[in-house]
Design a protein around this ligand. Sequence first.
Ligand code: TRP
Length: 436
Amino acid sequence: MTQRVLTGITTTGTPHLGNYVGAIRPAIAASREPGVESFFFLADFHALIKCDDPARIERSRIEIAASWIAAGLDPERVTFYRQSDIPETPELTWLLTCVTAKGQMNRAHAYKASVDANEAAGEEPDAGITMGLFSYPILMAADILLFNAHRVPVGRDQVQHIEMARDVAQRFNHVFGAGKELFVLPQAEIEEALATLPGLDGRKMSKSYDNTVPLFQGGAKALKDAIARIVTDSKLPGEPKDPEGAHLVTIHDAFASAEQRASFHADLRAGLAWGEAKQRVVDLIEAHVGPMRERYEHLMAHPEQIEEILLLGARKARAVATPFLAELRDAVGLRKMVAVAAPKADQAAQAVKSSVPVFKQYREADGQFYFKLTTADGGPLLQSQAFAEGREAGTWVKRFKQEGAQALAGAPVELASGVTQADVEAALSALVAAQD
Ligand code: TRP
């Protein structure tokens, strides 16, 4: 079975080398594995929680999208989109909000940290805390559950949020699933093997410590200048240097092959000067990042190309989200009123019953997949929505053949014009009966 891997990138700031080594590079590598379907998105609704500067929000979205694409994300393979292009996300957020215990949100680390800071400063506990910050984990749960992600690669600080998403999913399944697992329970994935990259001063590379090496911004010069500022010990040229524990070496090794690492370590032990060592680090990283930076600069000069890629991603994402949300609305009772008011089977239904209907799967010129149900002589009964994957259409057809009319609830289909729900139910029952 394919595994869905999903992760969000909050769009504040611009990516640095630590983000590249710790998140961008491994995520893109994982998206190329067989059997993996990746969903990566710009968490720009989340960004609004932390930032009320529209210009910064705008710029950060462009820089982060350009960085991921330049670093090798393949938008054909990965579903790459903006959270704010998916209206199903805030809608699901509300459905989840209604089954989330407030007490559980009181225990969220991010919220508690703000309360603690207020108390330490002698303020009201909730001073300056918005409902956005308080409800942050529910929005994040909606991001994940809307796509039924199995695996969610995140930093350690986000693990509690994934646990909350599992809890909410479980509660929703229990209350509304009627014995069915509506939501997959997601699993946090922390890449233990990936050391976090140290910054200029040896602490974790982070914008909040002001110790970052920029990934693309500022060009080759900014990279060289930053590396020149990496703190080393004061051993002189010719003096043997210990590569273990030198963070210049850790940064080098994150980009080096096994052979390059071994020779760099040996040369330091033999007395390589720190100045020359830094030049080797600059050359190594530049060889890796330089070609990507060209793509980055091209994209930054053509944001309309980024826009197009993200809109394509939103279409792919919504081909999954729209039918699923219809199913969820149905599960909570937000249903079409016609279902209850449908008339009894009439003559047309009698005619339908007398012959076995058929499902047809096909692909349109728009590249999307569809299926339809017709009477034996081709009269239309049901029409599906568009699917990005033929497999998804196939899964629905299979379900209809097994479950008959039961599969109708929440299915991504519309009745053909002039056909009633009762007609279709009769046809599906006839189909199931004919198979038995
Ligand atoms: N909150 C995450 C962070 O700050 C970003 C994020 C938003 C996310 N929605 C998500 C990550 C869904 C994984 C899945 O890092």
